[in-house]
Design a protein around this ligand. Sequence first.
Ligand SMILES: [Zn+2]
Length: 133
Amino acid sequence: MTRDPGEDAIGTIRRDGRSGPFFDGAAEGRLVLRRCEACGQWFAPDAAGCPDCGTDELTWAEATGEAVLVSWAVAHSRTGHTAPLALVELAEGPWMYARLDGVAGPHEGLPLRASFVHPDDGESYPVFKERRR
Ligand SMILES: [Zn+2]
């Protein structure tokens, strides 16, 4: 497998107890988010509870993987590699941070779609590519 040029900028990703299902989904090419069954709201993968109804029992559910770009920055590593880091708004509503892949001209509202990187070391994770209509 070729080395991801952005890898040095963010380091190897390791799961913690709460994010396990997120990375299991990523390994299978699925974007999974937290959802509150009681009120139907979607939340980012790191959400701990639903602020609307107060439950801390969120389930995991598969999202479409569609998103739009909200903002972005380019992280520079010591080795000179760059990794565009974006804040995206998912079609289901939550915002999350993720890397961009091959987006030549980022701009606010750019349609994106999740795709998944499977590094040799560490967890699979989503990146977002430009979505062509
Ligand atoms: Zn709720």
